[in-house]
Design a protein around this ligand. Structure first.
Ligand SMILES: Nc1ncnc2c1ncn2[C@@H]1O[C@H](COP(=O)(O)OP(=O)(O)OP(=O)(O)O)[C@@H](O)[C@H]1O
Length: 334
C-alpha cells in the first residue's frame, strides 16, 4: 500500500452529496498464509450510510483495521477525500476518520466527560508549552474543548452523566459514549464496528436514530453489524464480505434477494428472518406489560366490587338486624 499522504487532483468538496469520502481499492490483507481480505473495493460517499456484513471471520474487522491505519494492507490503497491515508491510526484520525470498536475501549477510570475530551486531542492546537504554562490560550482552548464535549454528550443523551466514571455506565451507554468520543475528533467519516452488540431491542432502535442523526450532521458512516434488521433499516448500500472477498454490493432489497447471500451468509430465506427474534421480544415485552396492566385494573375493579358488596352486605345485615331488633315479637307472632 502507498503510505505517503499525497493528493491526487483536487480534494472533493465533502459537503456535496455523492462525493466520494472513502475510496478503498483492491485492499488485501494477508497474515502469513491466511488471506483475511482479498482485493476489496469499497466507496462511501458523502451523506451515505454504508453497511458491511458477512459471516463470522469474513474479514470485516480486518478491513476496518486497514482503513484506520491499524494494519497496513498487503496490497491496495485507501483514500480519504482523495488523499492516500497514512499508515498510523492517530494520523488517520487527524485526517478525519474516527471509529468505534467491537469490544468497547473506554478509559474505565476516567469520567464520561474526560473520555470525550481525550477524543478531542487531535483537534486541540495547544502544544506542550502552552499546557505546561497554562496561559490564557490554554485555558481558552480547554474551555472550548469542554463546551464541545458537553455538546456531544448532550447529543448522545449522556450530558447528565458527564461526571460519572465510565466504568459505572450501563453497557448501552458505554457504546453511546464511544460514539461521542469518536465524534469529538470532528470526523468526516465514522466507522462503527458492531455498535449494537449486546444491546436490547430498545437500545438498538435508539442507536438507529442516533446514527441517522450523525449522518444528518454531515458525517458519512460505514457500519459493521450482525443485526440484519438494523443494517437493512439504516443503510443506503450494503456490501457483503464472504471469506475475505466482496460477494455483492447494493441496496438492501438487492442484497436481501441475492441467492448467494442467502446461501453463504444467511443460510435460509431472508424474508421475515431479519430481526424476527428481536421483534418477537419487543412484542412479547409489550404484551406482557399490557397483560400486567389489565390484570392490575381487573384486580382494582374486583377489589372495588368486593368492597361495594361487603358494604351492601353490611347494610343488609344491619337492616336485617335492625328489623329483627325492631320487631322482636314478629317471629313468635307467625
Ligand atoms: N492479527 C491477525 N493475525 C492472524 N489472523 C487474523 C488476525 N486478525 C484476523 N485474523 C483472521 O482473519 C480472518 C478474518 O477475521 P475478522 O476478525 O476480520 O473477521 P470478521 O468478519 O470481523 O469476524 P466477526 O464477525 O466474528 O468479528 C479470521 O480468520 C481471523 O482469524
Amino acid at each position: 500500500m502507498t503510505t505517503d499522504t499525497t493528493t491526487k487532483g483536487t480534494t472533493p468538496d465533502a459537503t456535496t452529496p455523492g462525493t466520494p469520502i472513502l475510496d478503498a481499492r483492491g485492499v488485501t490483507m494477508r497474515f502469513g498464509g491466511l488471506t483475511a481480505v482479498r482485493g476489496v473495493d469499497l466507496t462511501v460517499n458523502s451523506g451515505e450510510i454504508v453497511g458491511l456484513i458477512g459471516p463470522n471471520g469474513a474479514g470485516k474487522t480486518t478491513f476496518f483495521n486497514c482503513l484506520t491505519g491499524l494494519y497496513v494492507p498487503t496490497e491496495g490503497e485507501v483514500r480519504y477525500k482523495g488523499q492516500v491515508l497514512p499508515p498510523k491510526p492517530f494520523k488517520v484520525t487527524a485526517a478525519g476518520i474516527a471509529r468505534t470498536f467491537q469490544n468497547i475501549r473506554l478509559f474505565a477510570n476516567m469520567t464520561v466527560l474526560e473520555n470525550v475530551l481525550v477524543g478531542r486531542h487531535t483537534r486541540t492546537k495547544e502544544g506542550l508549552w502552552s499546557a505546561l504554562l497554562r496561559g490564557p490560550g490554554f485555558h481558552r482552548a480547554e474551555a472550548a474543548s469542554r463546551a464541545r464535549a458537553m455538546e456531544l454528550l448532550e447529543f448522545v443523551g449522556l450530558a447528565h452523566k458527564a461526571n460519572h466514571l465510565s466504568r459505572n455506565l450501563p453497557y448501552g451507554e458505554q457504546r453511546k459514549l464511544e460514539i461521542a468520543r469518536a465524534l469529538a475528533s470532528e470526523p468526516g467519516l465514522l466507522l462503527l464496528d458492531e455498535p449494537t452488540a449486546g444491546m436490547n431491542p430498545q437500545e438498538t432502535r435508539a442507536t438507529e436514530e442516533l446514527v441517522f442523526a450523525i449522518r444528518d450532521m454531515g458525517i458519512a458512516i460505514l457500519v459493521i453489524e450482525h443485526d440484519m434488521r438494523f443494517i437493512m433499516n439504516l443503510c443506503d448500500r450494503v456490501a457483503v464480505l464472504v471469506q475475505g472477498e466482496k460477494l455483492i454490493e447494493g441496496d438492501s432489497v438487492t442484497v436481501q434477494r441475492d441467492e448467494r447471500v442467502i446461501a453463504a451468509y444467511l443460510g435460509e430465506p431472508f424474508e421475515g428472518a431479519p430481526g424476527a427474534e428481536e421483534a418477537a421480544e419487543v412484542e412479547s415485552a409489550e404484551a406482557h406489560a399490557k397483560a400486567e396492566a389489565q390484570a392490575e385494573s381487573a384486580k382494582a375493579e374486583a377489589k372495588t366490587e368486593a368492597q361495594a358488596e361487603s358494604a351492601e352486605n353490611t347494610t343488609d345485615a344491619a337492616s336485617d338486624r335492625s328489623t329483627t331488633d325492631a320487631a322482636p315479637g314478629k317471629e313468635n307472632d307467625r
